[in-house]
Design a protein around this ligand. Sequence first.
Ligand SMILES: *[C@@H]1O[C@H](CO)[C@@H](O)[C@H](O)[C@H]1NC(C)=O
Ligand SMILES: *[C@@H]1O[C@H](CO)[C@@H](O)[C@H](O)[C@H]1NC(C)=O
Length: 459
Amino acid sequence: MESTACHSLNLLLLLLLISLPVFHCIAASSSPTSVPSFPNEALPTKSGYLPVNASTGSAIFYAFYEVQKPISQPSKTPLLIWLQGGPGCSSMIGNFFELGPWRVNFQKAKNDPLALEPNSGSWNRHFGLLFLDNPIGTGFSIASTPAEIPRDQFSVAKHLFAAITSFIRLEPVFKSRPIYITGESYAGKYVPAIGYYILKKNAQLPASERVNLAGVAIGNGLTDPLTQVATHAVNAYFSGLIDERQKKELEKAQWEAVRLTKSKNWTEATNARIRVLSLLGDMTGLATLYDFTRKVPYKTELVSELLQNEELKKALGVNKAVVFEECSDVVGDALYEDVMKSTKYMVEFLVKKSKVLLYQGHFDLRDGVVSTEAWMKTMKWEGIEEFFMTERKVWKVSGVVSGYVKKWKSLTHVVVLGAGHLVPNDQALNSQAMIEDWVLEKGLFGNQQGEGSLSNIRG
Ligand SMILES: *[C@@H]1O[C@H](CO)[C@@H](O)[C@H](O)[C@H]1NC(C)=O
Ligand SMILES: *[C@@H]1O[C@H](CO)[C@@H](O)[C@H](O)[C@H]1NC(C)=O
């Protein structure tokens, strides 16, 4: 989720008051503690802390769920890493509200007790799934001092690289597994940043120390804000949500955000984007810009409610002193000047050296389809013209129209119907079909020849 920072000093004070040692706990397997409404089988395979800097004690919290139904040998089983957006929102939202194997009962009536339910659309059916609370200071992660919280994407990537390499060292079998970095919203910055960092770093490392990056996937991402901030007015106007007069007013606000971004006035540019979104919110009166069909916003606060439980925190190997917040304002503030900076050039590098999936829930008014296609059109890559010339195919899951897939070589774009910003929450099974077919290169996500022959036999 993408949040806009307001100022709260609680976590900052907490972090200033206590200096925390390095934690490296592995929960679950040793002594599972029973938590009301949290069945033992819902605990991660491993969870705890991955150090980002041995001298400061700062560490990234992780929760790892091993594959449920492997279809390849353990050393070849893909490993997906999930990063939440914000900046500053916890990947435990992804875990317990979107794509993890157990989710909070978000459709419960107000007075029903909070509980976890198995998710048949979990992304760990055929792959291992690792959630990282990134950057430090987010969710259960530990920032020893606020000054150590990253203020740019290079620092984010440096910490993630340290965490990922120390995770891989936990088990010999992790080493050779193909890694896919995935994420949503503001992770549209993080995912390219860590992907790019891995590729650059691999080039300097001996083969035995490289990270086996196989691809990156971004859902409803903010990646090239300069292009994306200029698309809200046309998108809302042609969706019938604002009239021509409002379109002009919104465009004026957008131009200001563009002007400030171009002049590298980063704080003001971030402020200007917030004004664009709040203007759009006021004009449309919608419950949330994350999904224009929703009568009420996504109830992600249920995850926060769940993770206040001390027994559960203990079972997860969480440092006692850390109080869970859905989104950290301290982290949001640290990355405030980073918001309008582009990571498009990193995606351009990744599409040449790896493979890239960009997918969007169709109902999102913040980082949706139009917003993403706008910056994709400006990509510098020799395949981009062919990509846009390629037919966009109707994507069916179990015979039902579920969206659209356009693929050329290493670049795939997916529109997910019936979903807003949090695609795996809205369309769990379809999101699972998408990620599995993309990783395994099946169906519409396969190579071009395969697609051609499939459409030939269909008639
Ligand atoms: C670890 O933190 C210290 C103190 O902030 C810093 O000087 C050092 O460069 C950091 N090391 C790495 C590998 O980032
Ligand atoms: C940034 O923009 C604001 C508002 O337009 C202006 O007042 C300020 O002087 C600018 N700052 C810089 C460093 O250009």
